[in-house]
Design a protein around this ligand. Structure first.
Ligand code: MN
Length: 241
């Protein structure tokens, strides 16, 4: 399927699953030109069409002259692609259930099997550590993006203090799936902590669920989820284009 169509579907899915709302975004690296990536211009994901997708450089600027305004936080994507050559897709969002874990001490960690994709460690990035207490919390230049990418390190997800999260994966479908299950994992963990002692997944269990040697983004199980989410988001017709 056409890469741009897939990115449109990803936008619609993330909006429909309440991962993004008016804000938040998803991008995919250009496999033909790895120093470029595709991301919509400044538009809410639920409304994104193929014509809205703009090719960006790793400096976070439009690759071709572009009159439409770009997302303020496009530098999140640029810096992660720059730092992580294997990453093919990135999501940034403000899903509410994740937010408490960005401002308190307990670490967000995989506690359910579908949450295993977030990985054993989920670091929290605090923009104030490097940029002081006078930022508006948004990642609005490449230096801030690079600092976030540094905190992300080799992990799949970084939480952003008082703001949201950034997720990175080796395929679009992987980053969408991780972004859908991250808030669900956060909800379950939050409830479990209120009930009492919690038993999170073991490192072996996390490893067994992660993108190891048997990694197959096109597996029937993964395609099943993609079709389901696209249908729910009202864009199943795009799957055939
Ligand atoms: Mn944001």
């Amino acid at each position: 399927m056409n890469l741009i169509t897939e990115l449109v579907i990803a936008n619609r899915i993330l909006a429909n699953e309440d991962v993004v709302d008016a804000y938040g975004h998803v991008s995919i690296r250009n496999p033909e030109a790895p120093d470029r990536f595709f991301l919509a211009h400044s538009k809410s994901p639920a409304l994104v069409e193929a014509d809205d997708i703009v090719e960006h450089t790793l400096a976070g600027q439009a690759a071709q002259p572009e009159k439409r305004p770009l997302y303020l936080e496009r530098f999140i994507h640029a810096a992660i692609y720059e730092a992580r050559p294997e990453v093919m897709a990135v999501v940034h969002a403000h899903a509410e259930d994740v937010l408490p874990f960005t401002i308190t001490r307990p670490a967000l960690r995989p506690v359910i099997h579908s949450g295993a994709f977030i990985g054993a460690e989920v670091p929290v990035w605090d923009i104030a550590d490097q940029f002081g207490d006078r930022t508006n919390l948004l990642v609005t230049d490449i230096a801030q993006g690079r600092d976030l990418a540094k905190r992300l390190g080799a992990n799949n997800v970084a939480l952003m203090r008082g703001h949201g999260f950034a997720a990175a994966a080796r395929s679009l479908i992987d980053v969408v799936r991780m972004s859908v299950y991250l808030p669900r994992n956060a909800r379950v963990q939050f409830k479990a902590m209120q009930l009492g002692d919690m038993k999170p997944l073991s490192s072996g269990e996390i490893q067994a669920r992660s993108a190891g040697p048997g990694y197959k983004p096109q597996s029937p199980e993964t395609q099943r989820a993609w079709q389901y989410w696209a249908q729910r988001a009202g864009c199943a017709h795009l799957l055939k284009s």
